[in-house]
Design a protein around this ligand. Sequence first.
Ligand code: GLA
Length: 367
Amino acid sequence: MTSQRQSKSRSFTDVFGGRASAVGAAPGRVNLLGEHTDYNDGYVLPIAIPQQTHVAIRASVGDTTTVYAADLERSVPFTFASPPTEQFATYIYGCLAEARIEGIVVPALDIHVASDVPMGVGLSSSAALEVATLRALRALLDLPLDNVRIAQLAQRAEINHAGVRCGIMDQMASSLADTTHALFLDARTLHVRLIDLWPGTAVLVLDSGVARSLATSGFNQRRAECEQAARMLGVAALRDIDADRNAAKISALPEPLRRRARHVVTENARVLRAVRCGDPCEFGALMNASHASLRDDFEVSVSQLDWLVGSLQSHPAVYGARLTGAGFGGACVALCRSDALSEISLQVLAEYADEGGAGRVLVPPVV
Ligand code: GLA
């Protein structure tokens, strides 16, 4: 989707007449460290990105809810008895359906959505849509939902209605993170802490241009493998396995469970080290190690991402880089010297183009 501010897309009034009664907004996120750990009850370290999704709503008459996506220029009507089939409307339907299951009386609604969160690249456009929708609903109905509860409802919308057995990182980040701190989240307890980034550093996100075609099936398969490994190790979740003390037990697992488990336990250890580490060089080294683990043990990288990440890692103004999000294509993230952001992205993307790639800068957003 493109921004409501940037495009001449139709406003709420253009589409529905009159004015919206309530609005909600929520950002996308980029994960700095802790990949495929959240659904193993582990630790993650995302940060909100500047791009946001905006939802404006008003109660309507009758049974039919209508969603208008300004950036897609699409209107989708649905009822609770007849759910939508379009992906973007499914996320909204899922939020409203989960709110109903909570006992909230949800009226038919007119809903206007505008977003500049890049879609399909691993920056959580779906979580931003879910959290913005629930925030708008909270404002409309004056609901006593705190931000954690909103994240939990949004996660259920995604699992029960969009078919991705995701963890809770994306929804918690969209609901609780800001753009200037990393959000340290314990996905088991939902305890959060905001972590300062170092002065003079900045986050760069590059799109590889490779569509995440296997994302849903590959994601669900990895999750099932992790759950099987945890069962074989006799623990509730891989979070309960210590990398050093349980090395022999992990080694005894059959492949690919051995490598899947090794990624998760070493990645959790990396996040715990990162929140205590003293300088961006050490943090960057943990990002680099995370990418190697995602590539070799979790097997969710693709050659183009490996190329981009390698190029970023070899740039002198980059502290560290890795693929970000579920993988199988999509984007990579780097922690960089803030004064060198444009020089880094120009050089790396030009070299990527020479290799036949079509990359672009996602964060910071081009204004
Ligand atoms: C997706 C899921 C998250 C998380 C990441 C991988 O974004 O929605 O819950 O599992 O992949 O870290």
